[in-house]
Design a protein around this ligand. Structure first.
Ligand code: SF4
Length: 319
């Protein structure tokens, strides 16, 4: 097994292709380092935020990110993926300048560019302008006031709910592409009848093109986080006029990395994987999964977590 530091240079910012419940086959482009975020959501599948940050930065040179994508696209054609997704192991719009990344992706590929974001930074006019060239923005809205915002998303410093919400409204008015809103429902935090009604009002004012109801499926930052019962999920879906994504995504994980260990670490960093997904990934490469997983666990980069009766692997630290 290679040490992860010996990873293929193409895989630092570009990862996947991963199956997505909403987007089909998604090729990910990552713009911020692991766990740099301005929220620390109770349900975050990456664990608690370790690098709380609300200042936009050029974490990496733009040509480093775009160069890796260009290399990837030299050996993979557009039939292999459906969208290119800006999604990070943190909040991708903390990267500046994101417009250069989006226009660079557009030069390299004809596939739609999707931005998956917590939606917190659209109060900043620069951010609203910088994302204009994307095709789809997928922000999250789980709260309806400051109290619920603090309880669920645990935002950085003085970030207020009204400021974030106003930013989303302004984005909606200006953005020429589609806005697909995601609402993460957490049992006991935003799933009572009254809470769902408050959320419905907020969503209705925002007029997104689509609404997705999501629930925690992978191990959350806080072990007490649970998904609501099926009746409540159905009720929320009806109230929000939403599509449900509370089922796992069909399809295979694919990676440009030739080394299986590095490939899995690159995916798990952004996306904890279940043991069964890892085994199917290894099967494609004709690797004995039991022996591989024993060694993989012993390296100390991942943690094994059982959530809702399923075994997952979550990234914990670089080598
Ligand atoms: S779920 Fe997204 S917004 Fe929330 S802490 Fe994790 S990375 Fe940040």
């Amino acid at each position: 097994m290679n040490h992860p530091n010996a990873r293929n240079k193409n895989s630092r910012h570009v990862y996947g292709i991963v199956p997505s419940r909403r987007l089909g086959r998604s090729l990910g482009v990552s713009t911020v380092p692991f766990k740099v975020c301005n929220y620390s959501c109770v349900y975050c599948q990456l664990g608690r935020t370790t690098k709380v940050c609300n200042t936009r930065q050029s974490f990496y040179p733009t040509n480093e990110i775009l160069g890796e994508l260009e290399e990837f696209l030299k050996v993979h054609n557009e039939n292999e993926y459906d969208v290119i997704t800006l999604v990070s192991e943190g909040e991708p719009l903390l990267y500046r300048p994101i417009d250069i990344i989006i226009s660079g992706i557009k030069r390299l590929s004809k596939k739609p560019v999707v931005v998956i974001t917590n939606g917190s930074l659209f109060y900043d006019e620069n951010v609203r302008n910088e994302v204009r060239q994307a095709d789809i923005i997928m922000p999250t809205l789980d709260a309806w006031d400051d109290e619920s915002f603090k309880r669920i998303n645990r935002p950085f410093g003085k970030l207020s709910f009204e400021e974030v919400y106003k930013g989303l409204l302004e984005l909606r008015n200006l953005f020429p592409g589609e806005v697909w809103l995601e609402v993460m429902l957490v049992k006991g935090l935003n799933d009572s009848k009254e809470q769902l009604e408050r959320l419905t009002e907020r969503i209705a004012r925002l007029k997104p093109d689509r609404v997705y109801v999501n629930v925690p499926l992978r191990p959350p930052a806080e072990p007490w986080v649970e998904k609501p019962d099926e009746v409540t999920i159905k009720q929320a879906r009806e109230l929000f006029n939403a599509i449900s994504i509370e089922k796992g995504a069909p399809g295979k994980f694919v990676s440009p990395e030739s080394d299986a260990e590095s490939a899995l670490l690159e995916i798990i960093k952004r996306h904890p994987m279940s043991k069964s997904d890892i085994c199917s990934f290894l099967e494609q490469r004709k690797i004995n999964s039991e022996q591989f997983l024993r060694e993989f666990e012993s390296l100390g980069h991942v943690k094994k977590i059982v959530y809702n009766g399923t075994v997952f692997y979550r990234f914990i630290k670089e080598g």
